[in-house]
Design a protein around this ligand. Sequence first.
Ligand SMILES: [Zn+2]
Length: 338
Amino acid sequence: MGTKINEIDEIKLELKRDLRDSFSSDSVDQLNTKYLGKQGKINTLFKTLPVKTDPKIGRQINELKNLIQEMLSAKLTETMGDEQHSIDVTIPGTEIPRGSLHLVTQAIEEIETIFLRLGFVRRRYPEVETDWYYAEGLNIPKEHPARDDQETFYVGDNTVLTAHTSNGQLREMELKKSPPIKMINIGKTYRRQIDASHTPMFHQFEGLVIDKEINITNLLGVTEYFAKSYFGQDRRTRLRPHHFQFTEPSFEIDVTCGVCQGTGVIHKIPCKVCKSGWLELGGAGMVHPNVLRNGGLNPDECTGFAFGWGVERVLMMKSNLPDLRLIYSDDIRFLKQF
Ligand SMILES: [Zn+2]
């Protein structure tokens, strides 16, 4: 008879353990089935113990049944209270400030989209570069005075942080091996400089188009398309002769000023943003035959144009920012305006 009583005690212990491990109303439901269901432990006791011959046992099982009902009911109330608390949608939450893409990232995406529409391929070439791709291969021999203008950060005797994205020109020619080439290389560049319109690190986008019979008209067309897409349909562009080692002929590209609409004056007062109605976009030109050769191409069979313009520069030209350094300040009051 002792063993029968032990079975009742064992069920009590098991129930306590089960209740301790139950944290949801679903699991309490399962316990209800386990103990009080048709095939549950209580019914099994009634069937297996000698209830008829020993009324005491019947009473004990009934007491146990009542106890289980009480405990499950209490646990159910507890878990439902917890569940209600955890999904109380009426409690005001803590608002997390919503971020957005940085101005420069937005500009890069916009520039990339414009050139992808023209069939350009987006590239990323090294920011730490050897002298060959950075200068010598671009027709700037060692000891050439053109190197003095570069304000380059040298990492080693033969390695630099690129001051322009033109290293991508030779790398693209090596990658493609033959025309047509139509790439836009957007990346970080570094120069020893800092003032209202210069930072030591900034971004450039470098375009390179090489094919049979590519000429200056094609360069003008792409320039015009970019200026109108990025700055607005009312903008115009012009070429000014210039000199670069890696292009021949070379140009500076200007875009009409958005503040004075290219007139150079506002209410008869000279425009403070531009010089006589024009803003400088950046350098461009026809790829020098030596550069084509250094990239493994034959200048008798193909020609091309290239340009390298500043992401921050076009961003400033578009938004009329007074100081480039604002873009890299951590003042979110400034950044939030965009
Ligand atoms: Zn102006």
